[in-house]
Write a protein that binds this ligand. Structure first.
Ligand code: MTE
Length: 327
């Protein structure tokens, strides 16, 4: 993300929204152009649908349909960002700092067997096998906006279940005030961890009431299929009213704690990344405005909404909090 640009290119004054690598932008346009042409060709009866499916599969590292998915009233009706964009334009520094690197390199991540340790201030600590977690609660489709701190956004049809379902099962004690989430640390599988761009493993956190909020989910899929590795397989957090970096990928540990710990991004840039990271157009990043965003696939920027448009549902949790100070 931003720090990397500082460290590697010493270009701190360049705005991330302006450095959306042209190479990636162009390859994305090429992909969309190809997909559009393929759809047109199918409509004209010129190619077999399998060809288009292949272009879909080519961007995904583990395509597998998920079944019995419920719709959710919490989904947005906005147009969804094409699958091809959602799965080739990624931030997953464990596989490189460029947007196209996760899709290229994340095949080295082995998502089975996979366990998630749940521990700390809870009555029922447990190591969950991923396939047990998949059955913990009915899977739902949650179509959410994702707003990256870099100034772009997408609309993604996630598949997952409320984080609250897991929290209730492990029975937090009265001391459990925060939850810390940790990504896998294995430089053999995650080559980006051989660089010092962030402190590894990637760590994020939520206050317990935020984690219990119905909008917060653990996602295991998108577009009706299991999560592609580059999107955080086999299980990741999605917190739609916060900047995208809070939505930690490939989780192996969930720890209930009394005092908040600093996240990887807070350690990398304490003045730039706060603990809350609520989307807030009124609080600029120290080096660029957060007032607008570019929805991937659109040309003109649009206004960024407080709490990413989820204010009605989440603003109460921050009543009385100075959002300029607690950004
Ligand atoms: N989780 C881990 N472990 N490593 C990362 O580099 N990047 C974050 C977040 N989760 C990141 C991560 C950022 S900055 C964003 S914007 C989102 O993942 C992007 O999610 P997506 O690639 O599925 O759109």
């Amino acid at each position: 993300m931003i720090i990397k640009k500082l460290l590697t290119r010493n270009s701190g004054l360049i705005q991330p929204s302006e450095i959306t690598d042209q190479k990636i932008y162009l390859s994305r346009r090429k992909f969309i152009g190809t997909a559009t042409r393929a759809s047109a060709a199918i409509a004209a009866g010129m190619v077999m649908p399998g060809l288009l499916r292949n272009s879909h599969a080519a961007t995904s590292l583990s395509v597998k349909k998920l079944s019995n998915i419920r719709k959710s009233a919490l989904s947005t009706q906005e147009p969804q960002t094409p699958y091809g964009d959602v799965t080739i334009y990624n931030n997953f520094y464990e596989f490189g700092t460029d947007k196209d690197q996760p899709a290229q390199h994340a095949h080295s991540l082995k998502t089975r067997p996979w366990t998630v340790v749940v521990e700390g201030e809870i009555k029922r600590p447990k190591t969950y096998d991923i396939d047990t977690l998949l059955k913990l609660a009915p899977l739902e489709e949650r179509i959410y906006r994702l707003r990256c701190v870099e100034g772009w956004s997408m609309v993604i049809p996630w598949i997952g279940f409320p984080l609250s379902a897991l929290i209730k099962q492990v029975e937090p004690t009265a001391n459990a005030k925060f939850i810390e989430f940790t990504t896998l640390h294995d430089p053999k599988q995650m080559p980006g961890q051989r660089s010092g761009v962030l402190e590894w493993p990637y760590v994020e956190g939520l206050r317990i009431d935020e984690a219990m909020h119905p909008l917060a989910i653990l996602a295991v899929g998108l577009y009706g299929e299991v999560l592609p590795n580059q999107n955080g397989a086999p299980i990741r957090l999605v917190v739609p009213w916060k900047y995208g970096f809070k939505s930690i990928k490939s989780i192996v540990k969930i720890r209930f704690i009394e005092k908040a710990t600093a996240s990887s991004w807070m350690k990398a840039g304490p003045h730039e990344y706060g603990y809350f990271a609520n989307v807030n157009p009124a609080v600029d990043h120290p080096r660029w405005s957060q007032a607008k965003e570019r929805r991937i696939g659109e040309f003109l920027k649009r206004d960024t909404l407080p709490f990413n448009g989820y204010a009605d549902q989440v603003a109460d949790m921050y009543a009385g909090l100075d959002l300029n100070r607690f950004f």
